[in-house]
Design a protein around this ligand. Structure first.
Ligand SMILES: [Cu+2]
Length: 474
């Protein structure tokens, strides 16, 4: 149907590879970028080695109790919320058989892990969705080490509770610690998530809406959670004076950016999105949906202290947990003081470099992030609404640059599947692009062929079109 695409491709076949290279270098456009007809490169094959760890996960509905007198029907893995912690050694082969006992299709995505494309878990892009009653096995090598999480990538299922932590332990950590805790920060939505376009979020698709966030609507969250618990029912992290505690913070929320503090203690941030960084001391950090930070805390201030995560864009009471020294058991937790030394992306310096992204890029995409102007709830990348959007075509081994300008007033946590990227001196897989013309540039090495989703990790923005396929072509 797109005859111009055909003829352009024809022309390029005739003019040969030199022309291709120069075109790609100057304009950031690949022949076929807009016709969606480039010949795809086969993905890496999936791992066939014997798994070191085999896990069965069943997705099914059940009841969660985020506080003693609060319960709600939710969807869960193995009847747990958050789902069971999967913990393996770096380089191990992990095999997860997912059984779908839900009444609708599902998948699992291994957020941040650069798995081979066929096990990335994006429905209708990397696999057929798993039908109700069916099973699907995801097998991949768990590397590099890091703090990750897994979640459903179908529709709004993440906001129904289908999420859990995936920890890939380093063989040789670059920081010392005595014990660790995983801290999953989330927004709490009882019942079924609704599409804003259906008027289900109180904003009717208009401006403002619940939560009062300019230019966006917010689901009717009934609280904020740490490890599945509301603030009136906080988890206690036991510590002993003199210990070094590693906290692995995961923002598994669907629509919430959090600011995190621990009362009475400085945090030494050691990993960003699982990747080791030069340790940096802060008293707070902000992270968006899909981001992770690891921080080491020295237990040198006996007492009982709050771990607090405030929604930057919501007005629910902050999520909370408690750090309790043995010697102070039973005392009521002290709240954190105001943040004065907040982590900035510019503070992050990756320990190891990312191969293949030095110098000038082979291809650059200049993208706008924006909201649709009409009454319907639409979010766009470069003016297009996924899935009715052109794939970004790249070639194997290219150094690809994506420059984003956020024309909306709302922050967007942008996530690239299958790859880490360089942002400043950090290596990450999810990055916040601030509102009001905020600009962020990421660079990645095209070393994992396939079709990868690049999208906003605000689930409602994703659902409303803020996504693209990055596709490897020959
Ligand atoms: Cu967004």
């Amino acid at each position: 149907m797109r005859s111009t695409g055909f003829s352009r491709r024809r022309l390029l076949q005739l003019t040969g590879a030199t022309t291709l290279g120069s075109l790609a270098g100057c304009a950031g456009q690949l022949p076929g970028t807009h016709d969606g007809e480039g010949r795809e490169v086969k993905p890496r094959s999936t791992v066939t080695a014997e798994p070191d760890t085999s896990v069965n996960l069943t997705a099914a509905s059940g009841t969660i109790r985020p506080a003693p007198d609060t319960s709600t029907a939710n969807w869960m893995y193995e009847g747990q919320f958050p789902g069971p912690e999967l913990r393996v050694q770096e380089g191990d082969v992990l095999s997860v058989e997912l059984t779908n006992d839900l009444q609708e299709e599902t998948t699992i995505h291994w957020h941040g892990v650069p798995v081979p494309n066929p096990v990335d878990g994006v429905p209708n892009v990397t696999q057929d969705p798993i039908a109700s009653g069916d099973t699907f096995t995801y097998t991949f090598r768990a590397e590099p080490a890091g703090t990750y999480f897994y979640h459903s990538h179908v529709g709004l299922q993440l906001d129904r509770g289908l999420l859990g932590p995936l920890i890939v332990e380093e063989r040789n950590p670059h920081v010392e610690y005595d014990r660790e805790y995983v801290v999953i920060v989330d927004d709490y939505l009882p019942g079924e998530p609704e599409h804003p376009s259906d008027g289900g979020m109180g904003g009717g698709g208009g401006m403002g809406g619940r939560g009062g966030m300019m230019g966006d609507v917010r689901p009717p969250y009934e609280g904020l959670l740490i490890n599945g618990r509301l603030p009136e029912n906080p988890q206690t992290f036991d510590v002993t004076e003199g210990e070094r505690i590693r906290f692995r913070f995961v923002n598994a929320a669907s629509a919430t950016v959090f600011g995190v503090r621990i009362a009475g203690h400085e945090m030494t941030v050691t990993h960003a999105d699982g990747r080791p960084v030069e340790p940096v001391d802060v008293d707070s950090f902000v992270f968006g949906a899909g981001e992770r930070y690891d921080a080491v805390v020295e237990a040198t201030n006996p007492g009982t202290w709050a771990v607090q995560a405030d929604a930057l864009d919501g007005n629910e009471p902050p999520a909370r947990a408690v750090v309790e020294y043995e010697s102070a058991a039973g005392e009521s937790p002290q709240p954190p003081s105001a943040a004065s030394n907040q982590l900035q992306y510019g503070d992050l310096r990756a320990i190891s470099s990312l191969d293949g992204v030095s110098g000038d890029p082979d291809r650059t995409f200049d993208l706008t992030l924006s909201r649709g102007s009409g009454q319907s709830y639409i979010w766009m990348i470069d003016g297009q609404v996924y899935p009715d959007a052109d794939p970004f075509q790249i070639r194997p081994e290219e150094h690809v640059r994506i420059r984003m300008t956020n024309q909306s007033p709302v922050v967007h946590p942008m996530h690239l599947h299958g790859h880490f990227f360089k942002v400043g001196n950090a290596i990450k897989d999810t990055v916040l692009v601030p509102g009001h013309m905020g600009q962020v540039t990421i660079d990645f090495h095209a070393d994992n062929p396939g079709r990868w989703l690049f999208h906003c990790h605000n689930l409602y923005h994703l659902d409303a079109g803020m996504a693209r396929i990055v596709k490897y072509v020959e």
